[in-house]
Design a protein around this ligand. Structure first.
Ligand SMILES: Cc1cc2nc3c(=O)[nH]c(=O)nc-3n(C[C@H](O)[C@H](O)[C@H](O)COP(=O)(O)OP(=O)(O)OC[C@H]3O[C@@H](n4cnc5c(N)ncnc54)[C@H](O)[C@@H]3O)c2cc1C
Length: 468
């Protein structure tokens, strides 16, 4: 009987363990936290897939080839084509499988979304209760395998070392359990599904030297496992394609790991009333540019990945909420958020933003002329609802932030981990965020290409490694 050791029981590790056990393998599933699930309870669970039953029911014509072309177009060919190919070729089977195990999708899905650059077909869906629906469907399957003895689940147990022989193959993985006892796990195959590293700013800087990390504090994304694979001579890369996501606000301006995803910057959902100003006090992009990738690249080119969303009392009173959660009012964000600044004059606001007062005054004055003329010659903005001329004036400091981790273990098209010489390690595989988000999305955010490939690669590895 095949014995598979899987490290990390999150969005990739759970399907891997379940499908390997379904196929007859003996599985040891190791999880550092005190429960399984990883990011599933938090994630939006958005998945893109072409050729699903959900599409067929709605007579949507689509193909993995079109999905592949769209992904590579959106990321300007910066993702790994072999890995994208593997993901899109097996994505439909993943969505069908999720349906089969009871994950519910809303009746109007798949759909088009403008949060990221738009696909040319309706191939984007997420479960009714987002990632929680996926976890709710996986948990009973896991429990059944645990009860039957096919999965040996070890919670509060973390991988601490990987041992390899002279030929490069893994001979054992050392894990440390709740009583600080070390165990050496041996198996036919080992799968690393240990998630991200955004909670380790030093590692983030090492892997993406020129960019600061802003992220939500997430202990499961500790980065410890990535340090273990570095120590075992495996290749870790992809950080150079890092692109921070828009809409982030620091709840504590002094804490880079205090990001909340607070702002709706999607012009198709909410045409902007405010202007975006960089730390030099100047506008730098068309705030309502229809391409999310264009806006993301513009923000990511700014100093310290930081910009200000500037408005006045007139906009505060009349604009729809800018908060990401639509039920929360802009007013609440302003009052509750320490990243929001207010001034009775533009000079006072500029002082709080730490930008030159005359520069900010010029920027606002110029924008007000644009509103009066109805033409934005410099940037081409079309949403010009009103001038910024009614005190008090406001600025929300926003940062581009890391939601998934950009870098990860390099893998080949069979998801074998690669060593620093680029050689496949024969019995070691990796999947999910642990292979780095930029491998599947390049330097852009591509709809559903986090969750989709994560579940798909976990499922595929389980199905391929499971049979004896
Ligand atoms: C709020 C939020 C919303 C998101 N929305 C989307 C979305 O809509 N679409 C999309 O495509 N992507 C989305 N993502 C990203 C996506 O959720 C992640 O890429 C995906 O969940 C990663 O799954 P994973 O299995 O690789 O990692 P995880 O689910 O994080 O699982 C990794 C597991 O490994 C464990 N672990 C870590 N180190 C060790 C160790 N040394 N030993 C043992 N266990 C260890 C961790 O405790 C964790 O349980 C979102 C992420 C967040 C946070």
């Amino acid at each position: 009987m095949t014995h598979v050791v899987i490290i990390g029981a999150g969005m990739a590790g759970l399907p891997c363990a379940i499908r390997a056990a379904d196929a007859g393998a003996q599985v040891t599933l190791v999880e550092a936290a005190d429960d399984v699930g990883g990011k599933l309870p938090r994630s939006s669970g958005q998945i893109s897939a072409a050729g699903t039953r959900l599409q067929a029911e709605k007579r949507i014509v689509d193909s993995p080839d079109d999905h592949f072309t769209d992904v590579m177009r959106i990321c300007h060919e910066t993702a790994d084509p072999d890995i994208v190919r593997l993901a899109v070729d097996h994505a439909a089977a993943t969505v069908d499988w999720l349906q089969d195990i009871g994950v519910p999708f809303p009746p109007d899905h798949p759909m088009i979304s403008y949060n990221h650059d738009v696909y040319r077909a309706r191939r984007y869906q997420w479960p009714v209760e987002k990632g929680r629906s996926i976890l709710a469907a996986l948990r009973p399957l896991l429990d059944a395998h645990v009860r039957a003895g096919r999965i040996d689940l070890r919670l509060k147990t973390a991988m601490t070392a990987i041992e390899r022989n002279a030929g490069g193959a893994v001979t054992a993985i050392t894990v440390r359990g709740p009583g600080d006892d070390d165990t050496s796990l041996r198996a036919d195959a080992f799968v690393l599904t240990c998630g991200g590293y955004t909670n380790d700013p030093a590692l983030f800087r090492e892997l993406t030297p020129d960019k600061p990390v802003f992220a939500a504090r997430l202990p499961i994304s500790s980065g410890k496992a990535l340090r273990v694979v570095q120590g075992a001579g495996l290749q870790v890369d992809g950080g150079d394609h890092y692109m921070g996501m828009l809409g982030g606000v620091l709840m504590d301006p002094d804490d880079p790991l205090s990001v909340t995803f607070a702002l709706n910057t999607v012009p198709q959902d909410r045409p902007p009333w405010e202007i975006w100003v960089n730390t030099s006090g100047e506008r730098f992009t068309r705030e309502d540019h229809p391409s999310a990738t264009h806006r993301e690249h513009a923000v990511n080119a700014q100093d310290n990945l930081t910009f200000f969303i500037v408005f006045d009392e007139g906009i505060r009173q009349n604009a729809p909420p800018i908060t990401g959660t639509k039920e929360a009012a802009l007013k609440q964000l302003i009052e509750a958020n320490p990243s929001t600044m207010q001034g009775d004059t533009i000079a006072e606001l500029a002082q709080k933003m730490d930008v030159a007062a005359d520069r900010l005054a010029n920027t606002i004055d110029h924008y007000n002329q644009v509103v009066a003329m109805g033409h934005d010659i410099a940037f081409g903005r079309e949403s010009l609802p009103r001038a910024i001329d009614t005190p008090p004036y406001y600025a929300i400091q926003s940062v581009a932030f890391a939601m998934p981790s950009p870098a990860g273990v390099a893998v080949d098209a069979d998801l074998h981990a690669l060593d620093t010489e680029g050689r496949a390690v024969p019995n070691l595989y990796a999947a999910g965020e642990f292979i780095g988000n930029t491998r599947v999305m390049g330097n852009a955010y591509v709809s559903g290409m986090g969750v989709g490939p994560t579940v798909t690669f976990g499922r595929l590895l389980g199905e391929r490694l499971g049979p004896s």
